[in-house]
Design a protein around this ligand. Sequence first.
Ligand SMILES: NC(=O)c1ccc[n+]([C@@H]2O[C@H](COP(=O)([O-])OP(=O)(O)OC[C@H]3O[C@@H](n4cnc5c(N)ncnc54)[C@H](OP(=O)(O)O)[C@@H]3O)[C@@H](O)[C@H]2O)c1
Length: 322
Amino acid sequence: MIRLLEERNFPVGKIRFLASERSVGKTVTFQGESHPFERLTADAFKGVDIVLSSTPASISREFSPIAAKAGAVVVDNSSAWRMDPEVPLVVPEVNKHHIVRHKGIIANPNCSTIQMVVALKPLHDAFTIKRVIVSTYQSVSGAGQSGIGELWAQTEARVNGRAAPAPSKFAYPIAFNCVPQIDDFLPSGYTKEEMKMVLETRKIMDDDSIDVCPTCVRVPVLHSHSESILVETERPITPEAARAVWANAPGLKVVDDPANQKYPLPDEAKDTDDVFVGRIRQDLARPNALLFWCVSDNLRKGAALNAVQIAEELLKLLPIGA
Ligand SMILES: NC(=O)c1ccc[n+]([C@@H]2O[C@H](COP(=O)([O-])OP(=O)(O)OC[C@H]3O[C@@H](n4cnc5c(N)ncnc54)[C@H](OP(=O)(O)O)[C@@H]3O)[C@@H](O)[C@H]2O)c1
């Protein structure tokens, strides 16, 4: 997030960095200047216009209302507020018009949902999506720095003929494996991560009639999530028609040249801002269904970039600094 604010020349008058007491005494460099970490407290938000928050959900539940009450607008990365009817859940390419409804908190969606809705929205506008079947291939960085550490440690041990350290972040060893479980299971048999994709998609796209059938899988990839998506639409859809619609879609690039073996790859999407789609093909049996492959950097568009884009939209709407 810090890097994105710098790269995008976000107009910052004054910036402060709040964290837990673990970070007090450490510093962070922003635009060439060193800033101390300050402890997050209830009186930390006086005079603050925008809070970019990326804490555990429990911390956001406690402090976001306090920040909002102090007059700030919180853009929150945690899952604490996403399904609160009072809180807009925003992907700027899809529903930036929801931002004006905020009451001091705006939620940043789940990473897998963000990249999927950037690809779905133009199709929904043109063909009306009825059903989405999605399988995800989610990188370990989606589980934070410790997820990355776990993949490295297990891989290194296995390559060197040692027993891999026991899993702690993931349910099973992630090195040389795929784990079809992200977050806890619900009584329905779906995981919480899968239900985020169902419910958040409907809220962002403003359409409760869209059926989403997800399977979320953790794979031994460091960065970028991939998704295999099948959409069923009300009107007939073809790869050519989808490509034409996607050609003008904001934040999306089509990489689809099977003759030259060109399609989106997680390793190539790392450190980029777009959502990439490829492997676009017709369902073999149905004229109203299309399959494609969708890849994006989960830490940028799937998290930090989307939050900064929301803040940029806020700047346009609010009399900040007035
Ligand atoms: N699409 C998305 O928006 C997306 C994607 C991935 C993750 N997330 C969410 O983003 C959030 C952050 O994830 P993460 O893995 O980076 O979490 P984390 O490492 O546990 O915490 C991130 C930040 O919260 C601070 N923090 C933690 N406990 C605190 C406390 N008791 N008091 C004050 N500050 C505290 C940390 O400060 P210290 O460094 O001092 O501990 C750190 O600055 C999570 O809610 C996660 O689910 C969202």
